[in-house]
Design a protein around this ligand. Structure first.
Ligand SMILES: Cc1ncc(COP(=O)(O)O)c(C=O)c1O
Length: 392
């Protein structure tokens, strides 16, 4: 029983519920809740604000959490990781505080208009702001199945390319980006949105082409509103540090990244709980999680093919070795919200309507599996879809 739902109080409280919206947010398992509670019950020191034992202890636990999360993400050094309020905050931080120095001599930011709004918008705003100094946002496309089209990507590249913004796993299509298959020139910096891959598949940021990355904590069993930003050491010189703000916690200086991204009082409890979420996934084994998600996705794809009128959005399950467990689909002649409503009445929670992308896909429903789902959940979803399709 991989990552059994018994570990998740929110799920055991509702035994008949089939939760298939993990790509939006995952419930917290017992160890994360225990860690968060212990932090809140324990000494209330503000990390790095003050020299007394409570403040020193809080700072030590915060740095321990940083080291644990950095190791989980495969970073070389803890000081390459800072805590943020989710991936949206992390991406805005990169565009606002790393982007201007990286683009001071002008250049192109490559982005995909089909990616999550929080990934794309900060870079479009930056390009607009720096247009006068020759900065442009240049779009590359995904194909019908959500795969980056390598030819179109190559067309967008030029010797002006300075930044490539990419999404590791797409929030709707579930497709994974193979950065190595894209001919990204050595001079360009890759910024990778790992919101949907962290916790679903191994991340080895140190060895990856991405020198910048963002992660959402509440999609990998961490508490709501947590996340991290990764900036490899070689890029730290480009981060704009506000010395006055950084001085608010002199004991806290770890790196230019942490000075800039962790201004003000820190969420020590959230950081410790996110570290315990990483430990929870590591105990199960992220490779096993990936294998489990691939099996569930395959069962769903096979079953969906037998339900008339259901069309899957992403590439065939067998196309990549590891599936993200994110499966979006349409049901002929039905609005996504209606399908979601039919499923909800059967105790199955999915996502429909607004998928945080440019332009609504009112026809599309997304089911996202995680380690607490099993074959029964997939079968219940398929039965629900058969019922929805019959209503047509
Ligand atoms: C691909 C992707 N990027 C970014 C985000 C934003 O993450 P957060 O909720 O941590 O701000 C999401 C959330 O749905 C996402 O799916």
């Amino acid at each position: 029983m991989l990552g059994s739902r018994r570990n998740f109080p929110a799920l055991t409280a509702e035994p008949d519920l089939v939760y298939l919206d993990s790509a939006s947010g995952t419930p917290c398992p017992e160890p994360v809740i225990a860690q968060l509670t212990a932090e809140l019950r324990g000494p209330a020191g503000n990390p790095g604000r003050g020299g007394h034992p409570w403040a020193r202890g809080a700072l030590r636990r915060f740095e321990d959490a940083r080291a644990a999360v950095a190791a989980f993400l495969g970073a070389s050094f803890p000081d390459e990781v800072a805590f943020t309020r989710g991936a949206t905050g992390a991406m805005a931080f990169l565009a606002d505080r790393w982007g201007p120095a990286a683009l001071e001599d002008g250049g192109d930011i490559l982005y995909c208009p089909g990616d999550h709004l929080s990934t794309v918008r900060p870079w479009l705003r930056l390009a607009e702001r720096l247009r006068h100094q020759g900065v442009r946002a240049v779009a590359y496309r995904r194909d019908r199945l959500g795969r980056i089209d390598p030819d179109d990507f190559a067309r967008a590249l030029s010797d002006r390319t300075k930044v490539v913004v990419a999404t590791d796993v797409h929030n709707l299509h579930g497709t994974r980006t193979d950065l190595d298959a894209l001919a990204i020139p050595p001079g360009a910096t890759v910024c990778l949105d790992c919101s949907q891959s962290a916790g679903r598949m191994p991340l080895r940021l140190a060895g990856s082409r991405a020198e910048l990355a963002v992660v959402s904590g509440h999609k990998m069993f961490g508490p709501p509103g947590t996340g991290t930003v990764y900036v490899r050491r070689g890029q730290h010189r480009r981060i704009a540090v506000d010395r006055a703000a950084a001085r608010s916690g002199p004991a806290r200086h770890v790196s230019p990244l942490t000075d800039a991204a962790e201004e003000g009082s820190l969420d020590g409890a959230g950081a410790a709980a996110l570290a315990s979420a990483a430990a929870f996934i590591d105990r199960i084994g992220v490779d096993l999680v990936g294998g489990h998600l691939t099996q569930l996705a395959a069962r769903f794809a096979e079953g969906a093919a037998r339900v008339g009128g259901v069309t899957l959005l992403g590439p065939p399950v067998g196309e990549s070795r590891s599936h993200s467990g994110i499966a979006a689909f349409t049901v002929d002649g039905q609005a996504g919200a209606d399908v979601a409503f039919t499923l909800e009445r059967r105790g199955i929670y999915v996502r429909a309507g607004d998928h945080c992308l440019e332009g609504r896909r009112d026809d599309v429903v997304r089911a996202s599996f995680h380690l607490y789902n099993d074959e029964t959940d997939v079968d219940r979803l398929l039965q629900g879809l058969a019922a929805a399709a019959e209503r047509d």
